[in-house]
Design a protein around this ligand. Structure first.
Ligand SMILES: Nc1nc2c(ncn2[C@@H]2O[C@H](COP(=O)(O)OP(=O)(O)O)[C@@H](O)[C@H]2O)c(=O)[nH]1
Ligand SMILES: [Mg+2]
Length: 271
């Protein structure tokens, strides 16, 4: 599960996740199993949300929605309450979705360190946009590992979307040139650019990303292009460091937060 963030509320929840990933989910969960008055219960949820930096307005909105639900449904089973609460938090964050500019080539330049979920998010986005009737193309610019090229090909097949690629070790710039030519010639709605998250060193990686971005600016200056940074919700504070590192080299227009569904790393809203 991954989310594309644009809204203020989702930014607050996102920040809350990073700041308190060690205890936010646990604290909320423990409240559901603790026997206490309804008043204390809501008070503690509110406090936990605010402590997690979710923001007063958003916290109150979450709680009010929850109270209305309780009133309407008269549910006392802690497990059901917990699930509802989890869902209501998740509902406040828009699902992976992207508003394409009409009659124009849209380019999403996807960045992030190794393993955060760039390729998976691209696969999901490709699938989603294709299902909405858009023409989609993927540029396989992670040529650093053979597995990466095969992985993006598999996603392309699953989503029934063409993947522009060259062999492992090829110049990612050459892949991007080909992809842009093809996307423009075929008037596709969306070109998703997958990139490597690791090269021989960080300087190489940043130089390559800057170079790829220049190619987009040069070859597709009249396209609508955005740079999105993919972050793994389970990495906590480290996600901020990653964001800063990338931001030094390139302006980031938005983030995709992945693995909110994953219980293994503990960096989730409520497990
Ligand atoms: N549970 C979960 N796993 C994910 C998600 N996104 C990616 N992954 C997994 O994380 C691993 C790395 O993902 P990948 O897309 O290859 O990352 P990349 O290196 O940034 O391209 C894979 O095993 C994915 O299945 C997600 O939203 N939820
Ligand atoms: Mg990848």
């Amino acid at each position: 599960m991954a989310f594309l963030f644009k809204k203020k509320a989702s930014r607050e929840i996102e920040r809350g996740l990073y700041r308190t990933k060690e205890n936010f989910g646990q604290t909320i969960l423990s409240l559901f199993s603790k026997k206490q008055s309804e008043y204390d219960f809501f008070d503690e949820i509110e406090e936990t949300l605010i402590m997690a930096d979710v923001g007063v307005e958003t916290s109150l909105a979450i709680i009010n929605q929850f109270k209305t639900y309780l009133n309407d449904n008269k549910i006392h089973d802690p497990e059901k309450l917990k699930n509802y609460f989890k869902q209501s938090l998740l509902d406040m964050i828009p699902h992976v979705h992207y508003e394409l500019k009409e009659n124009q080539l849209n380019i999403l330049f996807i960045l992030g360190v190794n393993g955060v979920g760039k390729t998976t998010s691209i696969g999901k986005l490709a699938h989603l946009m294709k299902a909405e009737g858009k023409s989609v193309m993927i540029a396989a610019c992670d040529t650093f590992r053979a597995a990466a090229v095969n992985q993006i090909i598999a996603w392309g097949e699953r989503a029934d979307v063409p993947v522009v690629k060259l062999e492992m070790g090829s110049d990612p710039g050459a892949v991007l040139h080909n992809a842009l030519d093809s996307a423009i010639a075929n008037k596709v709605d969306l070109l998703l650019v997958d990139t490597a998250g690791r090269l021989h060193n960080k300087e190489n990686l940043m130089a390559e990303i800057e170079k790829l971005h220049r190619i987009i600016l040069k070859k597709a200056s009249d396209s609508h292009h955005e740079t999105l940074l993919v972050l793994d919700a389970g990495t906590g504070q480290n996600a901020f460091v990653q964001a800063q590192t990338f931001h030094k080299s390139i302006k980031i227009d938005g983030t995709i937060l992945t693995k909110l569904d994953s219980t293994s790393k503990g960096g989730i809203v409520i497990a």
